[in-house]
Design a protein around this ligand. Structure first.
Ligand SMILES: C[S@@+](CC[C@H](N)C(=O)[O-])C[C@H]1O[C@@H](n2cnc3c(N)ncnc32)[C@H](O)[C@@H]1O
Length: 217
C-alpha cells in the first residue's frame, strides 16, 4: 500500500489540490488502488510496540489500520473518501477486526482529550495552510508520551511533482511536520529508508522519508 504519484498524489492530472470528491473519483477509477499490505515503515517501527490506541490518518483502503487492529491496537482510522472507507471497512470485516472508521478530514476530526498512543500517517495529502491547521491537528492528536509516525515519499521535488500534475507546495511536507514539533518532543527517527513492501499505485517509489517523534509527558 503506497501512494501514487502517477498523476499527482491522488492520480489526477490536475494542479488543483484534491477535494474529497476528487479522492472518491480516484478510488472509484480502480477496483483497488493500493496493494492491500501494511506499509513497511509501520511494520518496522510499530511491530514491537505494546498495543494501545492508534489513529491512522488518511487510511485509504485500510491495510495499516487493519494490521494494527490485528495486533491488538484500538484503532481509529479517518479518510475523506467514502469509496476508500467502504473498502477499508470490508478489509476490516474480512480480517475479523474492529476499527472505528471515520469519514472525516483530520482537521475536522474530534479528538479524544487524552489523545492517541500512536498517530500514523503514511503518504499524507494534507493541505498546507497559513495557519498550519493539519500539522497542529497531527501533534495535538498524540497523547503525552505517545508517538507520531509520518512517512512521505523521498526525493519528490517541485519539478517532479509538477511533472505529475500537482504542486508540492500545496501539501504538508516532512519539514512542516518537523517544524510543528514543540520543545517537548523527541525525534527518534528522521531519515530516508529504503521502501519495503510494495505493489499498488506507488510501487515505483523506492525510498521513504520517515519521521518518528515522541511527545513529552
Ligand atoms: C496518498 S493516499 C495514502 C493512503 C494510505 N495512507 C496509504 O498509505 O496507502 C492519501 C489519503 O489521504 C486521504 N486524505 C486526503 N486529505 C485528507 C485529510 N485532510 N484528512 C484525512 N485524509 C485525507 C485521501 O483520501 C487518501 O486516501
Amino acid at each position: 500500500m503506497t501512494s501514487s504519484t502517477e498523476h499527482g498524489p491522488g492520480g489526477h492530472s490536475t494542479a488543483a489540490p484534491l477535494s474529497p470528491d476528487a479522492w472518491d473519483a480516484r478510488y472509484a477509477g480502480a477496483e483497488r488502488v493500493w496493494s492491500g499490505d501494511p506499509n513497511g515503515a509501520l511494520v518496522a517501527l510499530a511491530g514491537d510496540l505494546p498495543p494501545g490506541t492508534a489513529l491512522d490518518v488518511g487510511c485509504g483502503e485500510g491495510a495499516d489500520a487493519v494490521w494494527l487492529a490485528a495486533r491488538g491496537w484500538q484503532v481509529t482510522a479517518c479518510d475523506v473518501s467514502d469509496v476508500a472507507l467502504d473498502r477499508a471497512r470490508a478489509a476490516g470485516a474480512a480480517a475479523g477486526v474492529d476499527v472505528t472508521w471515520r469519514r472525516a478530514a483530520l482537521e475536522d476530526l474530534p479528538l479524544p482529550a487524552d489523545g492517541f498512543d500512536l498517530v500514523s500517517v503514511h503518504y499524507p495529502a494534507l493541505l498546507r495552510t497559513p495557519g498550519r491547521t493539519a500539522e497542529r491537528a497531527l501533534t495535538a492528536a498524540v497523547a503525552p508520551g505517545g508517538l507520531l509516525l509520518v512517512v512521505h515519499h523521498a526525493g519528490v521535488d517541485e519539478a517532479a511533482a509538477r511533472e505529475h500534475g500537482f504542486r508540492l507546495a500545496d501539501y504538508v511536507a516532512h519539514e512542516d511536520v518537523v517544524a510543528a514539533l514543540g520543545p517537548g518532543w523527541t525525534v527518534e527517527v528522521d531519515e530516508v529508508r529504503p521502501r519495503t513492501g510494495g505493489g499498488g499505485g506507488g510501487a515505483h517509489h523506492r525510498e521513504d522519508l520517515v519521521l518518528l517523534a515522541r511527545r513529552g509527558r
